[in-house]
Design a protein around this ligand. Structure first.
Ligand code: SF4
Length: 251
């Protein structure tokens, strides 16, 4: 380890240290599920459309759908594992989510995207120990009506957005922490939103210095666990869909 870690890796360790070991240390290959491929295709089509909107100034629903088609139906991976009887189910879900995202953030020219996949890095210092935590911000928008900057986390799993310590929760706070130190945040008019493309309501997070301090401590604790090779299995309901369950003896 080089004293740096990504928010994704922290999330994996927090969910199950043994999973982290299989994936990040042993680098065991795992097959992707249809749902994982679906989430990836959905997010990449939304992000590609936002980038297009930033460069061209406008976007149609048709464009968003064409990006989705390219990421999903044209993908060899999808074609290899998607069963014919499931095609209609995923097509319906995609139409719902894309329409929802489009009508909230793309159709209304009140929201102007200024960055997609914005990387950030935070330097945590504990005693003499420096830890670099890296992540990325899904979308940064300006609300032209209120002039507020909004950080949008596109949450691929609606249920995860309410769980404390969850990746999106953690990432939101870390992103906000990073963001408040950027020059563009000087107005103090920022809002952070977790937006689920799966049709959940928006969830606003308020800046909470004490909470961020607590998260920093948790982050450091997790990193110390990784350095000390603490990789116990954490059995949970997630085991049933875990890509490494066949390798795992701790389930
Ligand atoms: S099966 Fe369960 S305990 Fe084992 S690695 Fe996966 S999540 Fe962890």
């Amino acid at each position: 380890m080089d004293n740096s870690i990504t928010v994704r890796e922290l999330y994996e360790y927090s969910q199950c240290p043994n999973f982290f070991k299989y994936k990040r240390i042993n680098k065991l290959k795992s097959a992707q599920s249809v749902d994982e491929l679906f989430e990836q295709a959905l997010l990449s089509s939304i992000k590609a459309s936002l980038m297009h909107l930033m460069s061209s100034g406008s976007i149609s629903y048709k464009f968003l759908v064409s990006r989705w088609d390219r990421s999903w139906w044209d993908s060899k991976k999808t074609r290899n594992i998607l069963k014919e009887e499931d095609m209609g189910k995923y097509a319906t879900r995609a139409a719902l989510y894309l329409k929802s995202f489009y009508s909230i953030y793309l159709e209304d020219d009140r929201f102007v995207p200024i960055a997609v996949n914005l990387p950030y890095a935070l330097n945590f210092i504990y005693d003499d120990f420096n830890l670099n935590v890296k992540g990325h911000q899904d979308v940064l928008l300006i609300d032209t009506k209120t002039k507020k900057t909004k950080l949008i986390m596109i949450c691929p799993q609606s249920r995860s957005m309410y769980l404390p310590g969850d990746y999106y929760y953690l990432n939101s706070y870390l992103a906000m922490h990073a963001y408040t130190s950027l020059d563009i945040s000087k107005s103090g008019e920022e809002e952070i939103i977790i937006y689920s493309v799966f049709g959940e309501k928006e969830k606003y997070l308020e800046y909470d210095a004490a909470k961020i301090k607590k998260i920093e401590k948790e982050v450091y604790g997790m990193y110390a666990g990784i350095l000390n090779k603490v990789y116990y299995p954490r059995s949970s309901s997630a085991c049933s869909s875990c890509a490494y369950r066949l390798n795992c003896t701790g389930e």
